[in-house]
Ligand binder design. Sequence first.
Ligand SMILES: *[C@@H]1O[C@H](CO)[C@@H](O)[C@H](O)[C@H]1NC(C)=O
Length: 197
Amino acid sequence: MEAFSSKMLLIIFAFSFITHFIQAIERPYQQANTLFIKNSCSSTTYPRLCYTSLVKHADSIQTNHVLLTCTALNVTLASAKSTSAMISTLSKSQGLKPREAAAMKDCVEELSDSVDELRRSIGEMSRLRTSNFELTMSDVQTWVSAALTDESTCTDGFQEVNAPGNVQTTVRGKIVQVAQLTSNALALINKLATSHE
Ligand SMILES: *[C@@H]1O[C@H](CO)[C@@H](O)[C@H](O)[C@H]1NC(C)=O
């Protein structure tokens, strides 16, 4: 029994030593990855949102500009999709004023366009390596700008309401966040486009 527990202790000790050792090796890389995201985000309009939305993916982004940009687009698309679904559900709820219902219906359409445009831009990005860089980046810029325009049109429909807890205020806040993520993605795209010149 004695020998068994001391063996166990030794194994536990060795294991924690190895774990610490691996962490000590990994840490500088993780720091470099998060620092890369922080620096890249500093040139966007909403740097804090940019950082918090991308830092979860630091391990896969590493310090790669293309992966950073693709991840920013993927994060934006996911947010646009979930917001679109949420508004679509809300637009069918009872007790909406006709004006609210109309604004939400328009918004569902505009967000659906914006989801398509973001999808197209992600498709273009995946062809970046095999196609003409300038031409592809220019297409990506066009799609993402169009997505941003559609999202802005959508928030405009809700501008007049300013009561906390109000359905329209909630909806507007969600779309504003999607638009901010899109604006950030566009800034990263513009940066990537000029990095090649
Ligand atoms: C973005 O999403 C596409 C499609 O789901 C996927 O193939 C790609 O690997 C993702 N890119 C990054 C950088 O996460």
